[in-house]
Design a protein. Structure first.
Length: 344
């Protein structure tokens, strides 16, 4: 793609997110979401491949339906209350419709079916953008309206997403689909805590972005699209293999790594709110996600590839790690001791 075109599309992507996050009028928030969608579709379909076209079409239709639902719910709210203020969705019907529209935009259960297929049909850098940056605008709307949304709907959606994210990833061999189900599970945790404490939700979003960026950068560097590709990652960089192991364990939420921090704080708050059954079920559903993280860890760092691999000889190529990895990987692994400072 032409560099000028890429710069225009990426700047439009950033502008749409900023407009949505800084708006207090429903119509302006909708415009920002539409800018986001229209900017990412050409980036997804630039490969001129049937899978890329299919992924772009699925993404566009899903996001357009969710945006239309957001506009519909805001019109119902404006009709009933006479105001377009984004922080006051007081109408119950409007509140539930808006919650489900945001769940569809984020790829949460039961509207999650599009996310694994879309990520599988795009390139790794585009999948990284969809998994991280594209989630910021809907999450900013949840942050602004969390006190007035349907807490029952949000918690039910979050719980379903944690279960689906665990079950769905068990049978996958494609790394992009694994990251898609990982995204569904992590955003399920965020959706569950958002009616109770939005600052923990933002902390979870920050940690998810760091961990996912680190993992996608590793997959891009090692050119690993399937689990079999991960078996020869050690030939490219033994150090990177070790950090990949720790990054995957951090994604699974194991102490003393940073990924344990948001799950710990969320479970603590759910117990304080006397939601013991839900917190127990969510902790158990995390074991499902942890299983496929551990499987990927075992394949990557704890086994040796065959002497006659079917893949390209990766050790003939000198890797050039992106500079951003020097910041994201340490923060992915070593933030847990700073928990008291961060949550104040």
């Amino acid at each position: 793609m032409n560099p000028a075109t890429s710069a225009l599309l990426l700047s439009s992507l950033a502008t749409g997110t900023i407009i949505t996050a800084s708006s207090f009028h429903w119509f302006m928030a909708w415009i920002g979401l539409e800018m986001n969608t229209l900017a990412i579709v050409p980036i997804m379909s630039k490969q001129h491949h049937p899978r890329a076209t299919e992924a772009a079409t699925k993404y566009f239709l899903t996001q357009a339906a969710a945006s239309a639902l957001i506009l519909f719910s805001s019109m119902i709210n404006a009709w009933q209350t006479g105001t377009w203020d984004i922080t006051q969705p007081t109408n119950p019907t409007s509140s539930i419709l808006f919650t489900m529209a945001l769940a569809m935009k984020l790829g949460l259960a039961p509207a999650h079916f599009w996310l694994p297929e879309v990520l599988q049909g795009t390139t790794m850098p585009t999948a990284l953008i969809i998994s991280t940056w594209q989630k910021l605008a809907p999450m900013s709307l949840i942050f602004l309206t969390a006190n007035n949304l349907s807490s029952t709907t949000m918690m039910l959606t979050g719980f379903l997403s944690t279960c689906v994210g665990g079950w769905g990833g068990l049978n996958q061999t494609q790394t992009r689909k694994l990251m898609a189900y990982s995204s569904i599970a992590h955003f399920g945790w965020m959706m569950t805590i958002s009616p109770l404490l939005t600052n923990i939700m933002l902390l979870n979003l920050m940690m998810y972005t760091l961990m996912t960026t680190s993992m996608f950068m590793t997959l891009i560097l090692t050119k690993s699209k399937t689990l079999r590709n991960m078996t020869t990652a050690w030939t490219l960089s033994p150090t990177l293999t070790s950090t990949t192991l720790l990054t995957l364990l951090s994604l699974g939420g194991l102490p003393p790594l940073s990924g344990f921090m948001p799950k710990w704080l969320i479970l603590n708050e759910l117990m304080n709110q006397n939601l013991i059954l839900m917190s127990t079920a969510m902790a158990m559903s995390t074991l499902l996600s942890l299983f496929f993280y551990l499987r990927l860890t075992y394949i990557t760092a704890l086994t040796l590839a065959p002497n006659t691999p079917n893949t390209a000889y990766k050790w003939r190529f000198t890797p050039a790690p992106p500079t951003i990895m020097t910041a994201t990987i340490p923060m992915t692994l070593l933030t847990l001791p700073m928990t008291p400072i961060i949550i104040q």
